[in-house]
Design a binder for this molecule. Structure first.
Ligand code: G3H
Ligand code: ZN
Length: 277
């Protein structure tokens, strides 16, 4: 069933479990992740990034398909706009029926980020849409890994109070698009930020974090766990292998389906890992 992000994130925050948030870059991903969540008996966030929207040319086709799949699911599913730098795109997602958005003003000067985030919160809350924002830019989106950025606990608390956001993405040692699971998270800082702010925290760039590192982060208070690259690696690795072993295969449904099963199995494994307290 389609569910708002704030409720499932707050439930995970109070039970100290993690909430898997996986990127839908092809519509098939929505089915893979819903199947994974159903087997794991866990809620899940299906997120579509502004970059994925650019790839598809517009939000409506993939967004609407994902919403239809979420409404038919037997577990709670939030449909989320990820890393939106465009306020117009946020408005479009709200009109389509997305249950949450991430407004990403992390590259903007602090005062502009605060003011624009507060404006987004106003119009999203008017229709019950959850808002995530980012404070302290998590690097790696431009291909340059910079795991040194950090969010100060006092700044996080002030940002949440000033803007009214429901979830906060923080910089604690991860970096986007890592293909090795070697990021060292600052779990002490996660604990300090979690103690200082009332809202569930979000980890971006989770592909670079090991299973042990993630369990420690969740124990320290991290809630929404954003994973994209790691699952893409599983998908593309499977496609490479299937096509190498079957040079005559031409029906894309065959290699797509077998890669999709592997992605779904890995997503299920992650959801079960995040559920351990
Ligand atoms: O917003 C999405 C994520 O932060 C995914 O990052 O590709 O490094 O897992 P990742
Ligand atoms: Zn991210």
């Amino acid at each position: 069933m389609l569910t708002d992000l704030a409720s499932i994130a707050r439930a995970c925050q109070s039970e100290r479990t993690g909430l898997g948030a996986f990127n839908v870059i092809h519509l098939e991903n929505a089915m893979m992740f819903i199947d994974a969540a159903t087997r794991a008996g866990r809620p899940v966030v299906l997120q579509i990034s502004e970059n994925a929207v650019k790839y598809h040319g517009s939000l409506a086709p993939i967004g609407t398909g994902t919403l239809v799949a979420a409404r038919a699911a037997r577990v709670p599913v939030a449909v989320h706009l990820d890393h939106a730098e465009s306020v117009d795109l946020v408005r479009e997602a709200v009109e389509l029926g997305f249950t949450s958005v991430m407004y990403d003003g992390s590259k903007l000067p602090d005062d502009v980020n605060r003011a624009t985030t507060a404006e987004v919160v106003d119009f999203c809350h008017a229709t019950g849409v959850t808002v995530e924002a980012e404070l302290g830019e998590v690097g790696g989106k431009n291909g340059v890994h910079d795991p040194t950025a950090r969010t100060a606990p006092g700044d996080a608390a002030a940002f949440v109070a000033d803007t009214g956001v429901d979830l906060l993405a923080v910089a604690v040692g991860s970096s986007h698009a890592m293909v090795t699971r070697t990021a060292a998270l600052d779990t002490g800082l996660i604990r300090e930020i979690a103690d200082a702010t009332p809202v569930p925290l979000v980890l971006h760039g989770s592909s670079g974090v090991s299973d042990e590192g993630m369990s420690a982060a969740i124990r320290a208070g991290m809630v929404k766990i954003n994973v994209s690259t790691h699952l893409n690696k599983v998908f593309t690795g499977s496609v490479r292998q299937t096509l190498a072993e079957n040079p005559d295969m031409v029906d894309s449904r065959k290699w797509f389906a077998s890669a999709g099963k592997k992605v779904s199995a890995e997503a299920e494994r992650l959801l079960r890992l995040y559920a351990q307290q």
